[in-house]
Design a binder for this molecule. Sequence first.
Ligand code: GCW
Length: 694
Amino acid sequence: MSAEETRAHPAWLPPEAFRALGARRVLVHGDGSIVDTVLDEVARACARYGGRVWHSPSWDVAVDLVLALRGADELPSPSAESARAAGEAALVAAGSGAVLGDEGFLLARAGEVTAVLADAPAGLLYGLFHLVRLGPAAFESTRPPERHRPALRRRMLNHWDNVAVHPVMGQVERGYAGGSIFWRDGRPRGDLARVREYARLLAACGINAISVNNVNVGRTEARLLTDRLGDVADIADVLRPYGIRVHLSVTFAAPVVLGGLPTADPVDEAVRAWWSAKTRQVYERIPDFGGYVVKADSEGQPGPFTYGRDHADGANLLAGALAPHGGVVHWRAFVYNHHQDWRDRSTDRARAAYDHFVPLDGRFAANVVLQVKFGPVDFQVREPVSPVLAAMPATRLAVELQVTQEYTGQQRHVCHLGPWWSEVLRFAPWGPGGRTVADVAAGEAGSGGGLVAVANVGDDVFWTGHPLAQANLYTVGRLAWDPRLDPRAVLDEWIALTFPPSAIADPKLVGRTLHDVMDGSWRTYERYTAPLGVGFMVHPGDHYGPDVDGYEYTRWGTYHFADRDGVGVDRSRASGTGFAGQYPPYWAHVYESPERCPDELLLFFHHVPYGHVLHSGSTVIQHIYDAHFAGVEEVEAMRGRWRTLKGLIDPAVYERVERRLDEQVRSATEWRDQINTYFFRKSGVPDAHGRRIY
Ligand code: GCW
C-alpha cells in the first residue's frame, strides 16, 4: 500500500478537534480491543497537545478526565474515584434502573474531574467522541451530568460497492467519490489503513454496522459468501475495534450459482441445508458477523417469486440460517414492476412496496428486518413518507435513507440532507402528536429495525467527492443515534469539528458562512429541480441533470403526466391509483384532496390544472417559474458566500468546492431553463413577471 493511498482528508476528526482532550491528564479504566481504541485515541491526542494518559490499574495519579467501564475494579486515584461516584449518583438520580446498555455512556463532573462511565466498551468509545464534540466545554465545572443512549440499536450503512467493475455501474453503483475503499478491479484493495480511518470516522458519528458490497450482487460479489469470505473477514477485523459489525449482501440464487444446486426454492430441504452450512462457516470465520442484506425480486435480482414463494418465505429462509448465530437478515422492501407499460394508468410504482409486503405482516421471523426506503418511489428530493412504515406493526422495520446523492446532485451540488431526513424521521404517520417514523425504527424496547443509509464514500481524497457532502454522512450517523437532534445543531457540530475554530483566523465568519451555504441547500435543490413533489425529470440512466420527459414513456413507472392543461399523478382513492388510501386515516384524508394536500407534495398526489391555486396563494405554473428562478439565484448567492472564504480555510477544500459550485450554477441554470421552458410551452401561460423563458 502506498502512502498516497492512505492520505485522506481527516474529515470531522482532524487532530485539532482533539486539542481540549489532548491537553488533559487522562485515566482510561477497562480492558478489551475497543478500550484499546479509546486508549490509542487519547494517547495520540495527548502526545500532540501535552496531556498524559494512564491505563489503570495505575498508581495514584491526579487526573482531569477518567473514562471508565463501570464493571471494572475500584479506581486507583481518589479524584477519579470521586468523579465515578458522582457519575453513579447521577445515574441513580436519572432512574430507569441506572442502565447505560451496550452503547450508552454517562458524563459527569466532580470537583475538577470529568468522568465518562459506560457499561460496555462501545459506550466508552462513543463517550470519547462525545468529549471530542464538546471540546473545552467537557471540562467546565458547572456542567450537569448527561446520560446518552442511542435511540436506534442498529445504525447501518449499505455500501453499493462492486468487487468487480460493473460494465454500466462501475466500481461503486451510484458512487460519486471515486473508486471503492474496499475493492478494486475484482479484488480487495488491500488498503486497510484507509478502512481503519473510515471506521474511526463512522464510530465518531455513531454508525455501528456496514454492509460491504452492493445489493445488486454479481458473480464475483456472490463469492464473498464462500471462497472469498477471507476478504470480508479482513475488513471485519479492522472495523471491530471501532464497534462496527460487518454485513454482507447476498444473492438469493446463491445455492444455484455458488452451490450448484438445481434450485434456490426456500422450502427445499437441500437449499435450507446449504444456507445453514454456509452461514455456519461465515460465523466460524467472523464470530460477530452481522448478517445478510437482500434485494430480491427487484430490478432483475433473483428472489422467491421464481419458485412461486413469497417474500416471507424468502426472508425466513435466510433468517433461519442466521438465527442460531444471532445474525439478522435485512430484507429490502424495494420491490416493484420495472417493466411497466407507460400507457397503463392503473399500475402505480408508489403502491408496490405496500401491496407486496403489508399482507405479509406477522409472518416474518424475529430476526428479519424489513428495510423500507423512506419514500414510496426512490430517494427523491421530495416524496411522502412510505406508508409501509405505518402498516406493519408485527414486523421489525428499518428506514432506509440515501446518503449517496443519486437524485440530489451527485456530490457535485451542495445538498445538505440533514433537514430532510429530520423531517422524515419526525413524521408522524398516524397524525400529528402520534408515534413517529423514528419511533417505528426504534421499536418497543429497542426491538425495531433501526436505520440504514446508502453510503456516499469512495477513495476520493475528501472521501465524498464534494467536501461538504461529508456532512451528510456525519449527519446520518448522528440522527440515527438521536433522531430528535436539531439538524441545524448537527450541522454546526460538523462544521466545528471539520473546521476547528482554534485553527481558524475568523472562526465566527467561517462557521456562519458554512452554515448559510449548507443549511438551506436541500430546499434550494428542490426549488430548481422537479416541482411540487412530482419527482424524477432526470436524465435517464445516470440520473444527473434535467430531462423532463426522460422517463415519461419508459417502463420505470416514474411519470409526471404533464399535458397542455395540467400536471401531476392522481393517486387519490376517488379517481386515481388509490395510493393515498395506503396511509392511516389522518394522512389518507389529507392527501386525498388537492385542497388539503400540502403544496410540496401536490403533484405527487394529484393531477391539477396549471391555474390551480396553492396554499401559498400562487398558481402551480407561477410557482414553477418562481421556484426555478429563485433556486438559481440561491445557488449564485451560495457561490458568492463561498468566495468570501478564500484564504480563510484549507485551500484544497476551498478550490474543490469552488469548482463544484461553478458546476452547480451551470446545472441549476440548465434545470431552470428546461423546466420553465417545458411548462411554458405546454401551458402557454406566460410568467407573471415577464422573465426570460425560452
Ligand atoms: O435508486 C435505485 C438506483 C439503483 C439501485 C436501486 C436500489 C442498487 O437507481 O442503482 O440499485 O435504487 O435501491 O436497489
